[in-house]
Design a protein around this ligand. Structure first.
Ligand code: GLN
Length: 479
């Protein structure tokens, strides 16, 4: 039993500061708990040893354990992307987020399972493990960052890093009762993140509270000369600005056409209306808005993400990284390595990606998708300019689903991205927060979105909700 399993970062820091517990003892407690919990949910691919360090009160995360999705490079550790092709690939350098976390004193506890190359919504495409949803182990934890989500939900660590291309932090956060935050495109460096769709990819954060999320963000955010897409942002402490913020008069737009979308679960819809009431009681002005271009999101995302994936994954050729199959000539070597190394979902996406970019088809698919995104960007940015400060809608249309639920209907799996991918397509920040449970005790997520670089406001609005609700304090039993 680890008494700190469900403690906040601030509570853990207090215990370390008052010398109630040493860094090493704390790490041992978390590691022991993680071993037990992991045997039930299969969230982690590896647990790391303790890294010797002294407690340093000036280091914001001194001794605080956290978990890293397996597509973020940690020097001298395997970064497999849950793929056979990178099963034995050891990263030669730290991603910028990792060097920042280490500099802030964080203790990395392990690497988390994921959908292969972050392609999926259930973590079922991992070549290694099927991570289970801690609330119902017959169900998926969401994906692609399902390992990170299941780890934080079972108290293995107070925070974890995930990554987002179309919703891979927010959707598993909603399925596992966590905060899942995707920053503005460019706020957090992606140097050392193994790319999927470069115009969409962002590193995101899982935690149980918005406050913990903000603490981690404060360490990660900021420009990086190694990532030319990172923005020139002054570092700041996002956690300092959370309390004392009043949302009186804030304009929130509830996307009504999202709630009437096909396949919306009635209990999810109900929970969103309850959240609306909470914000009204806090003094916000909540109005109904309509964003018809949302209907283009999942289709445009499907095409753009595959096109970029086909290009990014071309680097895995058996020569430079990871595994190499036996072959008699070069072209065979490429073919065999990629056939043996990539799983079926990844292979399928590479083929679709090459097809939608090919001469004769690019206009019909890729360029059309880009046009749809331009329309969506215009509609959403105009809404922020003229009507609201925050947009509110569900994170997903349904709670966590069962394993293999969409085997006969892959389109349903792709529609998991319906509510989340718009924020990736246009680069705005978005967060999923805990908004209740179904009658069968499955978590429900509420999604908030803000305009570019309004990440601070977004977290303040999310924090205000957690101050008057207790959904985020609920944890699954048996771990
Ligand atoms: N479900 C989406 C996909 O499969 C999102 C994945 C992600 O955000 N990495 O592409």
């Amino acid at each position: 039993m680890n008494p700190f399993s469900y403690s906040s970062i601030t509570e853990i820091k207090k215990a370390l500061e008052s010398k109630k517990i040493s860094l090493q003892e704390l790490f041992a407690l978390f590691k022991c708990h993680a071993q037990v919990a992991n045997s039930k949910v299969d969230a982690l691919l590896e647990l790391f040893p303790y890294e010797e360090q002294e407690y340093n009160a000036n280091n914001p995360l001194s001794g605080i354990p956290g978990i890293i999705k397996d597509n973020i490079c940690i020097k001298d550790k395997v970064s497999s992307c849950s793929s056979k092709i990178l099963q034995n690939f050891k990263a030669p350098y730290d991603a910028t987020v990792i060097s920042r976390l280490k500099a802030a004193g964080a203790q990395l506890l392990g690497r988390a399972n994921m959908d292969e190359f972050a392609m999926g919504s259930s973590t079922e495409t991992s070549a290694f493990l099927k991570t289970k949803n801690p609330w119902d182990t017959n169900r998926v934890p969401g994906g692609s960052s399902g390992g990170s989500a299941a780890a934080v939900a079972t108290g293995m660590a107070p925070w974890a890093l995930g990554t987002e291309t179309g919703g891979s932090v927010r959707q598993p956060a909603a399925f596992c009762n966590l905060v899942g935050y995707k920053p503005t495109y460019g706020l957090i460096s992606r140097y050392g993140l193994i790319a999927y769709g470069s115009s969409l990819d962002q590193i995101g954060i899982f935690a149980r509270s918005v406050e913990d999320t903000a603490l981690i963000l404060s360490t990660l955010a900021g420009q990086d000369s190694n990532d030319s897409s990172s923005l020139p942002i002054e570092p700041k402490n996002y956690a300092n600005h959370l309390s004392g913020f009043s949302i009186k008069g804030l304009r929130i737009g509830l996307v009504e056409n999202a709630l009437s979308a096909e396949g919306m679960d009635a209990e999810v819809t109900q929970a969103i209306y309850e959240a609306k009431k909470v914000y009204e009681q806090l003094g916000a002005h909540v109005s109904s808005i309509s964003l018809p271009t949302l209907d283009y999101g999942a289709a445009a995302y499907f095409i753009i993400s595959r096109a970029e994936a086909a290009s990014n994954l071309a680097r895995f050729d058996g020569i430079r990284y990871g595994m190499r199959s036996e072959a008699t000539n070069l072209s065979d070597l490429y073919q065999k390595t990629r056939h043996d190394g990539f799983g079926p979902e990844v292979r399928k996406r590479i083929m679709v990606g090459n097809y939608v970019l090919s001469a004769g088809h690019a206009g019909q698919f890729y360029e059309n998708a880009k046009r749809a995104v331009r329309l969506m960007r215009h509609e959403i940015l105009e809404t922020f300019k003229n009507t609201v400060d925050i947009i509110m809608m569900p994170t997903c249309s349904m709670p966590a689903f069962r394993f293999n639920a969409f085997d006969g209907n892959k389109l349903q799996m792709d529609l998991q991205d319906y509510f989340t991918c718009p924020a990736n397509l246009i680069g705005i920040p978005a967060v999923s927060i805990q908004a209740g449970f179904t009658k069968t005790q499955l978590p429900i997520g509420l999604q908030l979105m803000a305009k570019h670089l309004d990440d601070q406001l977004l977290l303040q609005v999310a924090h205000a909700y957690q101050q008057v609700t207790d959904w985020h304090t609920k944890t699954p039993t048996g771990y």
